[in-house]
Design a protein around this ligand. Structure first.
Ligand code: PLP
Length: 392
């Protein structure tokens, strides 16, 4: 059994061996530059890139020319927000987003606000949902973009993307979706959901790190972006730089594997997640789940252990790799902005842990993890009771 048991699959996933196998020849044998169209090595690299692009486009119900490769979701998000806003700034300077977005979005809109853009940061309800009506009400004549994530990376809450897309289309506002946590895991139809731009990444779906993509709608409406990376004019001029062919091949294969096994994989992972929660709750009835039980990513489980400190719990769970609900955003440990946004106070936010399951977790591992978590939590409770008694 692997040590530690890896329950941090929302941070990143291991590369699937089948993905790696497909990537390897593109490092050493098929190493051509996809832009070298005059010889066989270049042509086969280009073919491999176009095959991956087609797989990704299909998954989004998009055309291949609507997908451009980037280094990951952070770059895609930056390109999307900066690129669209700078392109259309004559229309106005207003962006709408919501509080539990990833920092890739929050920091980018903040950078735009320093350039004179107005940002509306909408609140979420206690389960982490943004109300589509609040988006409708926030739209103004100068609004250029609405940017909303699909699945939350900390609490797993899924936003009502279809409803928001419909509003944006009716109001003729560009709609950008950060789908870093859902692409490949849940079906996404950019046509039916009226999505104009979408950021995705490979390393959350058993593909390699350092590769992602941006969907940019080319029809009904055609979305233009202001170029952020000047150079050799790769990716139809929208993102210059030699394409990392092995990574792109791996990304395409990773998507293919996700799609093939999606239903059975997420049913199994969802069952393991439920088992993990139920067995911890059976021993510790005071715990609760952060987020929404229904509209929820199947692999996410964010638990609050009231009265305990998540950092010290995690340090003691030596056999488990997982994350706190808090993000270390500076020299001080700030409570997670997501947990604060759903109404947790600092103490409860610092008592929350994210367990995120994945393809390679087995039932045996989950049972072992339950044992360890319950043991560590019981010991921590005993210790804190003892401290309370001696201090009173
Ligand atoms: C919701 C969300 N958005 C954006 C990102 C950034 O993705 P990448 O690591 O591919 O830049 C992540 C990754 O942690 C994420 O979870």
């Amino acid at each position: 059994m692997p040590f530690p048991i890896y329950l941090d699959n929302q941070a990143t996933t291991p590369v699937d061996p089948m993905v790696l196998e497909d990537m390897l020849p593109y490092f050493t044998e098929k190493y051509g530059n996809a832009a070298s169209v005059h010889h066989r090595l270049g042509q086969e690299a280009k073919e491999a890139v176009e095959m991956a692009r087609k797989i990704i486009a299909q998954e989004l119900n998009a055309a291949a020319r609507e997908i451009i490769f980037t280094s990951g979701a952070t770059e895609s998000i930056n390109l999307s927000i900066r690129g669209v806003c700078e392109q259309y700034e004559e229309k106005g300077k207003h962006i709408i987003t919501q509080v539990t977005e990833h920092n890739a979005v929050l920091d980018t809109v903040e950078a735009m606000s320093k350039k004179g853009w107005n940002i509306t940061l909408l609140p979420v309800d206690p389960k982490g949902h943004v109300n589509p009506e609040s988006i409708q009400n926030a739209i103004r004549p100068d609004t250029v973009m609405v940017t909303i994530m699909h699945g939350n990376n900390e609490i797993g809450t899924l936003q009502p993307i279809g409803e928001i897309g419909k509003i944006c289309r009716e109001k003729r506002i560009f709609f950008h979706v950060d789908a870093s946590q859902t692409f490949g895991k849940l079906p996404i139809d950019t046509q039916a959901m009226n999505i104009d731009l979408l950021a995705a990444t490979s390393h959350k779906i058993y593909g390699p790190k350092g590769i992602g993509c941006l969907f940019i709608r080319q029809k009904n409406p055609k979305v233009k972006i202001k170029i952020q990376m000047e150079g050799g004019g790769h990716e139809r001029g929208m993102r210059s730089g030699t394409l990392p062919v092995p990574l792109i091949v791996g990304f395409g294969r990773a998507v293919q594997l996700c799609v093939q096994n999606r239903n059975s994989e997420y049913k199994r992972i969802g069952e393991l997640r439920d088992l993990l929660f139920e067995k911890i709750q059976a021993d510790h009835p005071d715990i609760f789940m952060n987020g929404c039980e229904k509209q929820h990513l199947p692999n996410n489980l964010n638990i609050c252990f009231p009265g305990l400190d998540s950092e010290s719990l995690i340090t003691r769970m030596k056999g488990i790799a997982c994350s706190t609900g808090s993000a270390c955003t500076s020299a001080n440990l700030e409570p997670s902005h997501v947990l604060k946004a759903i109404g947790l106070n600092n103490e409860l936010a610092h008592a929350s842990i994210r367990f995120s399951l994945g393809r390679f977790n087995t039932e045996e591992e989950i049972l072992m993890a339950i044992e360890e978590i319950n043991r560590v939590v019981s010991a921590a409770k005993e210790k804190s009771q003892h401290l309370n008694m001696t201090s009173s």
